[in-house]
Ligand binder design. Sequence first.
Ligand code: ADP
Length: 150
Amino acid sequence: MRKAVFPGSFDPITLGHVDIINRAIPLFDEIVIAIGINADKKYMFSLEERLQFIKNTFQSEPKITVTTYSGLTVDYCKTIDSNFILRGLRNPADFEFEKAIAITNRKLSGIETVFLLTSAETSFISSSIVRDILRNNGDASILLPKEVTQ
Ligand code: ADP
């Protein structure tokens, strides 16, 4: 069984994440969307809110489960018997950053990271831009799944 973990902060989940997840569904038997808990990081949305946004977005998709984890992503993957990490790539900066992490993770654990390139329509979307818009009382709904805005 091919099980992938899609780790991230999802603060909040955007249409960019949704695009990567939807395109990964045919590639795997199960995708675990896993919100990493980092005590040092400040978030706009609480863990409960971020979890609920993702659960609502994928409620009718049987291959998707949503959870949280702390510690190393590769350790979490081992606890649930997952051999793949899924990540999205938007630009060269993502690539440089992700490359070092993916190689390190593979050396640490043998776990492969599978990258999907963002679609042209969602490549400009980032959770940090969404947060900037929301902080300034703007309308970010074109960047978000309807389950986040409703
Ligand atoms: P992190 O804090 O780990 O970067 P994010 O929630 O920001 O977590 O992102 C999780 C994953 O989703 C990363 O692989 C990131 O590159 C990817 N991602 C975020 N936005 C997009 C987008 N617009 N298109 C494709 N992938 C994206």
